[in-house]
Design a protein around this ligand. Structure first.
Ligand code: GCO
Length: 456
């Protein structure tokens, strides 16, 4: 089959993907849990960030905060049952570090750890395989005060946290993801300042990248020490980078952006070293590398998670060589509330890109999703644009499998509407609608669509 062969969108069945294919949903602790200061939980960098004003401008434009979010902390049983009812068999969620270790290190908060133990049990009771993300951006504020990801000591703190979680949950949880999208929280948090902790510092950014990369390897080995037959991976946002033309400066811009967005995370973990010489920002990592790091940073993941929302356009510029930008939707092309143009083939490109390393045994789409403004009418949410989005994207997963790319799962972001970071509650990604005042849940048409699809 060639890339442009027609794919039959309408007759696809879940069984076409094979009986072992993992169909799941994804979410993260800060975005859904709420209970921000309950039962001994410490503050995270997001708890602090959302309540801040910078230069008189609120960090979250809508001034909304995630203190309560979806109140999953109190409603997890009902929510997990709803996921199972849609026919999914895997639930990817994250654990909040400061709920478990309120100051990041030292004393364990038993109530916090017990909460996740109940969440795991509830998943298993509903026949949902738990997939845990160790870190989905909610660093304990106490560790940020020690420099956060810029402080190399974080590798030890992270190993300690991972050990606590693995010891408690490892008897029941086999699937582990070390990080969620390092690109987003390192660049968003330490380079652009748009996400917690809101710092703008190129060298500090590359320090955070290097320490995160070291934690990938350290975290994986701590999981494997504690969990028999662990399935360990991590997740990355993959936004395939397109050049603006075939001229050499345009290709250089593409290489530079690809190095900055993808290769600085993937290459060192695979033992390929950092891609030096392509971007002056990437080269700043040199000052943070110590003897022995090259070896300690390598990790043999059982799977890699690809998170796809859009492609990237590389704009040529002097000095930096290239800067990334999201392509604008073409006339007639739909786009979501994050202005990501709908480009289903980009999902295939992201899988192809990861597969081009020739090193990954399993590739799982750990996130893919579409945000809209949804309203409940007569107890229904007619989110047909989301249904359309899903129906356009999953055929490309099947095509990747048919082309020999080892894709073994697809997890939709997200099972319910939640707190979309600095954008607040407006962009709704869920298969289940959440009324953020009453906290009522309503299954959207996209959820109903999935239920039908997965039943086939
Ligand atoms: C990310 C995160 C999610 C987001 C989702 C939609 O990719 O940024 O993993 O937390 O909510 O991607 O933007």
């Amino acid at each position: 089959m060639t890339k442009d062969d027609h794919i039959d969108l309408f007759n696809l069945k879940a069984s076409d993907f094979g009986k072992d294919f993992i169909w799941g949903v994804a979410s993260s602790s800060y975005q859904i849990e709420g209970a921000h200061d309950e039962d001994g939980k410490g503050a995270s960098i997001w708890d602090v960030f959302v309540h801040k004003n910078r230069f008189l401008i609120p960090t979250v434009m809508t001034r909304e905060v995630g203190d309560v979010a979806c109140d999953f902390y109190h409603r997890y049983e009902q929510d997990i049952a709803m996921i199972a009812d849609l026919g999914f068999r895997a639930n990817r969620f994250s654990v909040s570090w400061p709920r478990i270790l309120p100051t990041g290190t030292g004393k364990v908060n038993q109530k916090g750890l017990d909460f996740y133990s109940r969440v795991v049990d509830s998943n298993l009771a509903n026949n949902l395989e738990p997939w845990i993300t160790l870190y989905h951006w909610d660093l304990p504020q106490a560790l940020q005060e020690k420099g956060g990801w810029q402080n190399r000591q974080i590798v030890e703190y992270f190993a300690e946290f991972t050990d606590v979680v693995a010891k408690k949950l490892g008897d029941r949880v086999k699937n582990w993801m070390i990080f969620n999208e390092p690109l987003s929280f390192c660049a968003g948090g330490y380079l652009l300042g748009a996400m917690a902790p809101g710092i703008i510092n190129p060298s500090g950014f590359m320090a955070s990248v290097h320490h995160v990369n070291l934690c990938q390897a350290r975290g994986a080995s701590v999981i494997r020490e504690n969990v028999k037959k662990a399935n360990v991976g991590t997740t990355h946002v993959i936004a395939p980078v397109h050049a603006m033309g075939r001229k050499s400066f345009q290709i250089k811009a593409q290489e530079s952006v690809n190095a900055l967005m993808h290769r600085i995370y993937l290459d060192p973990n695979l033992g390929l070293g950092y891609p030096f010489g392509l971007s002056p920002i990437v080269d700043l990592v040199k000052r943070h590398i110590k003897d022995g790091d090259e070896k300690d940073i390598q990790v043999d993941f059982d799977f890699i998670g690809a998170q796809y929302y859009s492609t990237t356009k590389a704009i040529p510029v002097p000095f930096l060589k290239g800067i990334p930008t999201k392509p604008k939707p073409k006339t007639g092309q739909d786009a979501d509330m994050l202005k990501s143009p709908v480009n289903p083939k980009g999902l295939y490109e992201s899988l192809e890109f990861l597969n081009s390393y020739g090193r990954f045994k399993n590739i799982i789409v750990t996130e893919n999703g579409f945000s809209t403004r949804d309203v409940v009418e007569n107890n229904r949410v007619y989110d047909l644009r989301r249904v359309d989005y899903i129906r356009q994207h999953i055929p490309w997963v099947l095509k990747a499998i048919q082309d020999g790319i080892p894709v073994t799962g697809y997890m939709y972001w997200s099972f319910m509407d939640n707190f979309e970071w600095a954008l607040g509650f407006r962009p709704r990604f869920g298969l289940i609608h959440v009324d953020f005042e009453s906290l009522d849940r309503t299954v959207k048409d996209s959820g109903l669509w999935f239920r039908k699809f997965l039943a086939k």
